[in-house]
Ligand binder design. Structure first.
Ligand SMILES: [Zn+2]
Length: 96
């Protein structure tokens, strides 16, 4: 089954590092909401950026105004690319 890529729609996603990869049947309905954070996402059609590596993905996202955070520890995310704080502290109990 193919892997489809989704990106956040109008928000910064902290749970899935800005991109989500989901394995779906061919012809399956595109997801409307991120399976990790439950926020709105849209499917990314092009696979080209994926083959260029994650770092490039982050930089590309930054140029489009997205900020990418990488989970650095319990309740802590650090900025990988884009504008924003260096780190984010967040409760890790799922109630955020
Ligand atoms: Zn998400």
């Amino acid at each position: 089954m193919p892997i489809y890529e989704y990106e956040p729609l109008g928000h910064d996603c902290l749970m899935c590092e800005g991109r989500v990869e989901v394995i779906q049947d061919v012809g399956a309905e595109p997801l409307e909401f991120c399976p990790y954070c439950g926020l709105e996402v849209r499917r990314v059609i092009s696979r080209a950026s994926v083959q260029m590596g994650r770092k490039t993905d982050y930089d590309k996202a930054a140029t489009r105004g997205y900020t990418t955070f990488r989970r650095a520890g319990h309740g802590t995310w650090e900025r990988v690319a884009g504008e924003g704080p260096e780190t984010i502290q967040r409760d890790d109990d799922g109630k955020a």
